[in-house]
Design a protein around this ligand. Sequence first.
Ligand SMILES: [Zn+2]
Length: 154
Amino acid sequence: MLRVLLTLAGHHYELRQFHFHAPSENTIEGHSYPMEAHLVHADKEGNLAVVAVMFKQGKANPTLEKIWREMPKKMLQEKHLPQSVNAMGLLPKDKTYYRFNGSLTTPPCSEGVTWLVMKHYITASKAQIEAFERTVGVPNNRPVQPINARVILK
Ligand SMILES: [Zn+2]
């Protein structure tokens, strides 16, 4: 099995799952995006770190192309990918991020989640974004939370 590790201040997290929201849940400097990926990582104690990546409409994303072939037909359904997918294909080249502490936006809403929101977006084609929106049916984001409860490290 492919192990994807994330290290934050000497602390190791492993990639557990990823999922998508449309439109984006987070905003970057007031901008929302048509789609957002959440790469959910956990450490040995179960502490979570979520890497959030925004998608803008543009060139098709080849990694997304592979993932979409296995897309669950309904919201909140989980699926195991038959072949490994390189999660690096869901990250921008420039990996600078905003970091803040918050909670998960989908149940269970556990506290103590470290969020790493990538400052740079990646692209997905119109068809890729629409394919996801069709599956989701209704927007699955939720209202943007007030930012004052969070500490942002730049
Ligand atoms: Zn999410």
